[in-house]
Design a protein. Structure first.
Length: 209
């Protein structure tokens, strides 16, 4: 089962590469795509692309996935789960979810749903799904996402505040934007401090606020 599952991942990538390269999208030849990967610094040959698209290639390394995605100007996860948003996908061997669920798991937005058998008062067994959780002591994606979201909200509020002041907006609007800005700034600073305390790489220590 494991080999079949891993090969089906590669087949999905190949189908999506072929679709994105086709006439309804990039209208790019296999040679043209190969040239783009070479320009990105990790050449994927025309023959390898052809083998991938027709299902002859049975394995794909991460470097190939990343460079093909960039050459096609899509997120790498789209090549892995191309049937977004609702197409079923075997996210792990024998475990099927809708593609948007797989996307959220792959992107660190939320853990997978796990099937659970539960008995009812009538002694019948029903299957429910329970959301798993990421191991907080190992998860670097969630705190990074929270920091970035807070930064984005802060900068958006800052930009809107400047425009509001420039056009002499009312006091209520200005005060609301000031509140959003300051709250988002505090959230970004707090999230960054938590990442530093957790030993996550923080560059020169600049929180970005």
């Amino acid at each position: 089962m494991t080999q079949r599952w891993s090969e089906e991942i590669v087949e999905r990538v190949g189908r999506e590469v072929r679709r994105l390269r086709g006439k309804d999208h990039a209208k790019m030849s296999a040679a043209g795509l190969a040239d783009r990967t070479a320009a990105l610094g990790h050449p994927v040959s025309r023959s390898v692309i052809a083998d991938l698209e027709i299902g002859r290639k049975k394995s794909l390394d991460v470097a190939e996935l990343l460079v093909l995605a960039q050459a096609l100007q899509v997120a790498p996860v789209q090549l892995v789960y191309p049937d977004l948003p609702k197409g079923d996908v075997e996210v792990l061997p024998g475990r099927y979810v809708e593609s948007h669920e797989a996307l959220q798991w792959f992107s660190g937005v939320s853990a997978l749903l796990s099937p659970l058998q539960e008995s009812t008062d009538s002694e019948r067994s029903v299957q429910i799904e329970v959301r798993e959780v990421f191991a907080s002591q190992r998860d670097r994606v969630s705190p990074t996402r929270e920091w970035l979201l807070a930064l984005r909200a802060m900068r958006s509020a800052q930009s809107q505040l400047r425009r509001a002041v420039a056009r002499c907006a009312g006091t209520d609007e200005v005060e609301t934007l000031q509140y959003v800005y300051l709250t988002s700034k505090e959230q970004a600073e707090r999230a960054f401090e938590e990442m530093v305390a957790a030993g996550m790489p923080a560059g020169d220590g600049d929180s970005g606020v």
